[in-house]
Design a protein. Structure first.
Ligand SMILES: [Zn+2]
Length: 377
């Protein structure tokens, strides 16, 4: 029986079960015949604190090989700018960062603003966590470790892909091995409250369809500071209302993600089969971890999708986990433009359309892999 990674309760339920899936960061060499090991991939919803989380994860994280989308880089600058405008990033403040293993450090931006990064374990005025916390198996412990670094008056800035977004946009493939928590604003505030912290304010961004940066401080300090009105702009209240509207704590709302997963996978399989029958070539773009479960569920192999191009040289010569589809360089894709490019990372859309104009110049088109659906009569 799972135990909540945040509040330690055992009362909860499996709300999304994607079956047995390969580890999404395990990219075997192209000549590795497999079969690749598979593991259960399930989301469990805590009945007490409402944290959606991985039920279990027997996989071992590998060295990430992703390149950062320009959208992520631009969002970081936007986020730092907004936090600074709110007075939360004063010149000279000591800053500690808990980054994502997928990259995307904010430290260069913070240094440029005059903040001073501190060494591991040292006390800080600002602790920044940009998609880092979700990678911790022990959620309570990981948050406690971050908060313990904060000196008097310190502020935690934590950025997360919101569960409300995942539900609203049917982003079922956000569920991944190695990503232990899927925060609603409600569940994150509960985690913070358990450690006597509360939200100061928050900002929303379009990244991944809906990303939140939340600023939190010690309860006692927020209450004592007459100059600080928590959630002055009402954003946190809006986020909580959004959670309630989409049912971020409702097992049934989360169960809807499974229907979406099946429909997307079936729609993709149908379309690829039709393209192959019609003699049209399709190449994938973005050998991302989020593509792995979709391709496996759709039963796609290299006959219907002969290759996936990716900008990261470290991935060239490898193949997708579970499906045997080789990862190639974008140059190989451009050398012989396909009829369609299936984009597995929709945040890359404008970037790749601009970077590879030869695709559309040759009459090809870019399609989002997540946009397919099979409508049953
Ligand atoms: Zn819990």
């Amino acid at each position: 029986m799972p135990t909540c990674r945040a509040c330690r309760h055992t009362n909860g339920q499996i709300v999304l079960d994607l079956g047995e899936q390969p580890a999404c960061d395990y990219f075997p060499r192209g000549d590795d015949p497999g079969p690749d090991p598979v593991y259960p991939l399930q989301m469990w919803l805590c009945g007490r604190c409402a944290l959606a989380q991985l039920a279990a994860d027997p996989t071992v994280p590998r060295e990430p090989r992703a390149t950062e989308p320009a959208a992520l880089v631009a969002q970081a600058a936007d986020a730092v700018g907004r936090a600074a405008a709110a007075g939360l990033l004063p010149v000279g403040a000591r800053v500690a960062e808990y980054g994502s293993p997928h990259g995307g450090s904010w430290l260069p931006l913070l240094r440029d603003r005059g903040l001073v990064p501190v060494a591991n374990g040292e006390s800080a005025d600002v602790v920044v966590d940009c998609f880092g916390l979700m990678h911790a198996a022990d959620q309570h412990g990981a948050l406690a470790g971050r908060l313990a670094r904060l000196g008097a008056g310190g502020v935690l800035l934590v950025q997360y892909h919101s569960l409300a977004t995942i539900i609203e946009h049917g982003q079922w493939n956000a569920l991944r091995h190695g990503h232990y928590a899927y925060y609603s604003t409600e569940s994150l505030l509960a985690m913070l409250a358990a450690q006597a912290f509360r939200a100061l304010t928050a900002w929303r961004f379009d990244l991944y369809g809906g990303t939140v940066l939340l600023a939190a401080a010690r309860d006692a300090e927020v209450s004592a500071a007459a100059s600080t009105t928590p959630d002055r702009d009402g954003i946190v209240a809006d986020l909580l209302a959004e959670d309630a509207r989409v049912g971020a704590a409702d097992p049934d709302a989360l169960r809807g993600l499974a229907d979406r997963a099946r429909a997307t996978a079936a729609g993709l399989a149908d379309w690829l089969a039709a393209e192959r029958d019609a003699g049209r070539r399709v190449i994938g773009y973005g050998a991302a971890s989020r593509a792995v479960a979709l391709l496996c569920m759709a039963g796609v192999d290299r006959r219907s999708l002969p290759a996936i191009a990716d900008a990261s040289p470290a991935k060239h010569g490898l193949r997708m986990p579970g499906t045997g589809i080789p990862v190639v360089s974008p140059a190989q894709m451009s050398a012989s433009p396909p009829d369609s490019v299936l984009l597995f990372v929709s945040d890359l859309r404008s970037e790749v359309k601009a970077a590879f104009p030869e695709i559309e110049a040759a009459g090809g088109r870019w399609l989002d892999a997540d946009s397919f659906t099979r409508v049953r009569g």
